[in-house]
Structure formats: structure tokens, C-alpha cells
Design a protein around this ligand. Structure first.
Ligand SMILES: Nc1nc2c(ncn2[C@@H]2O[C@H](COP(=O)(O)OP(=O)(O)OP(=O)(O)O)[C@@H](O)[C@H]2O)c(=O)[nH]1
Length: 377
């Protein structure tokens, strides 16, 4: 459980995946860096005479001496030259490895010792004796050569086998690390997609929570959020209420009432342009928030809303004062901040109800305290 927490906190799927790929890179680097020196070390006997090469050279000296003795006759000089060749062959033959591992070595060396003594005295032995004293060591050296070659072949085969096994292990190891890395990456991608989906879902819910489903514009919560987001800016708040909407509903029915609500939203948005934001406060009351740096801007905006609806001449079958839909509008300019908004809202509301009281179909701006202007219909 604790490990689970530590893993989730410090080791994400992405970092596990990166660690796997890094391990893979290190393994590959290690292999390319070290395998070749290892191979080199394995066969690095070049430069030294191997067991087989010593035997070959020794045999050649002995064969040379045999040739001298058999072909160049019986003389002191011939004996000395042959003795010299035998000394050379002897020195390469008389090594510990041969003595210990090949039974024919010691008797062969003894024969060579005897032959060397004879030749030192200037005597060339008979061919029969020579064939015993020299051919036996030559045969022994040939056996040694053959055996050394076999050994070398065995060592080479063993090395090849080991290399193949090692390569298989490295290949399987790399594959496992690679698959592990892919698995971690897949988990990371899955988690990321889940998180993205959850974020999108929350955003959708949040957007829905801030929207009026009938008209598609923001609701009261959205208005508060937008004011928070624009804290410190000079804004205009306009409240709009449909005049005699209840009689409209009663005369035409709620579906037509809904249609009128949507139509009015479109008209107001068109009148105020892209910078204004519309909100439905509930029932037949709307609010508008717009950048506003002067009382003149606010007044122009209020007038635009009222005029746009007047010009649209939407039919109202039960309006006591005329045949068309009209609006009552109240506006206020304020510096956005939570506390200021409560006062601004109250002032705009007061201005709106002043218009209602004056007979509707008009606009009025207010200040946080006194009202300063009336536009009578
Ligand atoms: N069609 C429709 N009507 C609604 C909706 N919400 C509220 N209403 C109606 O809007 C009407 C609001 O009427 P009131 O606020 O009483 O006043 P009014 O008739 O507009 O009169 P004044 O505001 O005084 O001019 C009510 O009849 C509500 O039933 C809605 O979503 N759709």
C-alpha cells in the first residue's frame, strides 16, 4: 500500500517507460563497447608462440638436422651443423607443458641428448641409429602439433558457443526491457487519455452548469464568475425585463413565450455587439455585462437595446400599451469586484423598476445611490 503511494507520487508510468528505454540504451552501449575487446582478449595469443607453433618450429629444426646428416655425408663440420640445428629444436621442445602433458616428450628429449653428445664428439651416427634418435622426437612433435590444433579448435568452438549463448541472453533481455518500456508507455498513454476524458467531461459539466439551457447564454453563476475574472475593470451592467410577459404567455402559450425569449436574446446580442455578454437571470429577466469607460457608453448601450426591440416590432397580442413587445432596461457603471457588484445590481434593478413604474418600454441608468437620468417612452 505504501509502495503504491510512493510509486504513484514519484514514479509515473512515463518515467518507468523512460527508465526502461534508458536501460536498453545502456545495455546496447555496454555490449558494443565491451564485447569486441573480450573477443580480442580471447584470441590475443598473437605475438606469442602458441603450443602448436613451438612444436612446429622445433620439428622443423629436427627435420633440418636429419636432412643435413643424411644428405651431406660424414664429416666433423656436418656433425657440428646438425648439432646446432638439434640444439635449436631441443630448446623449443624442452618446455614444461610438453613434459607434463605428452608422455613421448621426456624419452624424445633423452634421445636428443644422446644424439647431441655423439655429434659433439664429431661422430655422425648411422642412418639406422639416426632414424631412431631423430624420427621418434619428430613423430612426438607431430603428435603434439596435432593435439594442440585440436585443442585450439575445441577452444574456438567453445568460445563460439558461449558467444551465441550470450547473444541470445542479451537479445532476450533487450526484448524484455523493450516490451516492458512499451508496456509502461501504453499505461502512461491510457492514464493520460483517461485524465483528458475526465477533464473534458468536467469542463462540459462546468459549461453546462454555467449555461441557461433554453437560450444558450450564461446564467447567474456565469455572470458572477465573469465579474470575478474581470476584477478591477470598469464595466456596465444592464438589467432587462420583458414588459407584460405573463399576458404574452397566457395569450400565445409557453412554447411561443420560449421562442420570444430566444428571439430577444438574439436581438440584444446583435444590438450590443461582440464585447457584450448576455446572461439569463431567471424568468423574463436578462443581464448584460460590457466594457464601459463612461456614462455615455452605458446610456448608448441601454438605448440601443430598447430601440432594437422597438424596431423589430415583435407582435404582442395582449400588451396594454400597444401591439408590440417592449422592454424595461436599467443600467449602471461600476468597477468589477464582488462587493461592488451587489451594490451595482441593486442600483440597476432600482433603475429598471423605476422604468416599470414610469409605464415601461424605456431605459434608465443609475448610480450606486441616486438615479440621474430618465428616458421616457
Ligand atoms: N415561456 C416561458 N415563460 C416563463 C419562463 N420563465 C418564466 N416565465 C413566465 O414569465 C412570466 C413573468 O411574468 P412577471 O414577472 O410576473 O411579469 P410580467 O408579466 O412580465 O410583467 P412586468 O414584468 O411587470 O411587465 C411568468 O408568467 C412566468 O411564468 C420560461 O422559461 N418560459
Amino acid at each position: 500500500m505504501r509502495w503504491h503511494r510512493v510509486r504513484r507520487r514519484y514514479i509515473g508510468w512515463l518515467s518507468l517507460s523512460l527508465m526502461s528505454f534508458t536501460a536498453l540504451m545502456l545495455l546496447i552501449t555496454y555490449e558494443t563497447r565491451w564485447v569486441h575487446p573480450e573477443i580480442h582478449a580471447y584470441f590475443s595469443q598473437s605475438g606469442n608462440l602458441t603450443g602448436q607453433q613451438l612444436a612446429t618450429r622445433s620439428r622443423r629444426y629436427l627435420e633440418e638436422s636429419l636432412g643435413i646428416l643424411l644428405e651431406e655425408g660424414d664429416s666433423e663440420a656436418v656433425a657440428q651443423r646438425a648439432r646446432f640445428q638439434i640444439e635449436l629444436g631441443y630448446s623449443l621442445f624442452d618446455i614444461g607443458v610438453y613434459r607434463n602433458e605428452y608422455a613421448c616428450t621426456v624419452p624424445s628429449l633423452q634421445r636428443l641428448d644422446g644424439l647431441h653428445d655423439t655429434l659433439s664428439r664429431g661422430i655422425v651416427p648411422s642412418p639406422a641409429l639416426l632414424s631412431q634418435d631423430l624420427l621418434a622426437p619428430i613423430r612426438c612433435l607431430t603428435e603434439i602439433e596435432m593435439d594442440q590444433l585440436d585443442r585450439r579448435a575445441r577452444v574456438t568452438n567453445q568460445f563460439v558457443e558461449e558467444t551465441r549463448r550470450h547473444q541470445t541472453q542479451v537479445l532476450m533481455g533487450s526484448l524484455a526491457i523493450y516490451l516492458l518500456g512499451l508496456g509502461f508507455w501504453g499505461m502512461h498513454e491510457r492514464r493520460r487519455r483517461q485524465a483528458d476524458r475526465a477533464t473534458r467531461e468536467s469542463l462540459r459539466w462546468m459549461a453546462q452548469a454555467l449555461r441557461d439551457p433554453l437560450t444558450g447564454i450564461g446564467n447567474r453563476t456565469a455572470l458572477h464568475d465573469d465579474i470575478d475574472a474581470q476584477a478591477g475593470r470598469s464595466l456596465g451592467l444592464i438589467l432587462i425585463d420583458i414588459d407584460y410577459f405573463k399576458p404574452y404567455n397566457d395569450a400565445l402559450g409557453h412554447p411561443d413565450g420560449d421562442r420570444l425569449l430566444r428571439e430577444l436574446v438574439a436581438l440584444i446580442a446583435k444590438a450590443l455587439g461582440g464585447e457584450a455578454r448576455l446572461y439569463r437571470m431567471g424568468g423574463d429577466e436578462f443581464a448584460v455585462l460590457l466594457p464601459c469607460d463612461s456614462a455615455g457608453t452605458l446610456e448608448r448601450s441601454c438605448a440601443l437595446v430598447v430601440d432594437q426591440v422597438r424596431r423589430a416590432a415583435l407582435s404582442h397580442p395582449d400588451h396594454p400599451a400597444g401591439p408590440h413587445v417592449t422592454l424595461s432596461v436599467g443600467g449602471v457603471q461600476f468597477i468589477a469586484a464582488c462587493e461592488a457588484f451587489t451594490e451595482a445590481y441593486a442600483a440597476a434593478d432600482q433603475a429598471l423598476y423605476w422604468v416599470k413604474a414610469q409605464g415601461r418600454d424605456g431605459w434608465q441608468t443609475g448610480r450606486v445611490m441616486p438615479m440621474d437620468r430618465v428616458d421616457s417612452p
